[in-house]
Design a protein. Sequence first.
Length: 361
Amino acid sequence: MKHRRIPTRRAAIAGGAAVALLGAGVTFQTANASEEAPRFTVKTLSAPAAGTLAATLDRTLGGDAAGAYYDATSRTLVVNVVDEAAARSVREAGGKARLVEHTLSELAGAGRTLKNRATIPGTSWAVDPVSNKVVVTADRTVKGAALDKLTQVVKGLGSKAELKRTAGEFRPFIAGGDAIHSGGGRCSLGFNVVKDGQPHFITAGHCGETGSEWSDSQGGAAVGTMVDSQFPGNDFALVKYAGDTAHPSEVNLYGGGTQAITKAGEATVGMKVTRSGSTTQVHDGEVTGLNATVNYGNGQVVEGLIQTNVCAEPGDSGGSLFSGDTAVGLTSGGSGDCSSGGETFFQPVTEALSTFGAQIG
């Protein structure tokens, strides 16, 4: 794909002025008319609304898309672009345009290189639109020859990637808002959903296999059966409730209240999010990366995840990630805990719902 690189904002302004004057025949009248060109208003948006706009612009810009993130302070969507034509499309839609070097396609290519040459247990990578790079993270288990190999691959990607370390160890948070139990351990319920008019709920795929039965208490009677489980690759599962009683579309806040969930939405970097799980209950943070790939080990590679700085621990798997009344993700795994922090990865809810043909109830 051909696109014009504009290294700095000053260059963009200067280049735009030169083109305008050439087309105007360098007359004061036309130059003044150019200065009076329509100005676009940057929209003030909620985080879920910013996610929706980001998804729309990603489709509109096509190969010129270069990522986006939510500025929580100004409540605006910042959209990366590589030329002025794309910048104008962003401004017309109400976003802030930011000129960067790499398109999403180029960063995706860096991700493919990492997948082909550096799929090493204990590593992850995700697109960071703020730095306009793929951020590669190695946990404490990556050392010696494996670390040397990873370092060389990242170095070969130049300005498209950077390498970081984390003190924790990447692992799925299996042990098992509300606790759900099976013979395989304890996880957390993600969101109640409806499929074909019948009540179901979604959780993490690594929590159990298709056909497993789940209860809401240790050793209790089954409340549902897992009818589909996808892991690795993806990390989501669908459980059909026994009976046809409707279940509320809400998340347990573990403080005597609940959060109503009315819809599902896309995550955006910078989005403030909340996680609810049966081990560590409720914790807040923000989205730090998208389209993350995590190598949990034993061949368990999961792609397309949401990366966050929200803490989680074993047993929180499958639990709810949400922003206000919008369902965003299902807890997959990560490093660290809720005393030391770390990274946590989430399966996007929208993908799970689309795959299962289900809807938020």
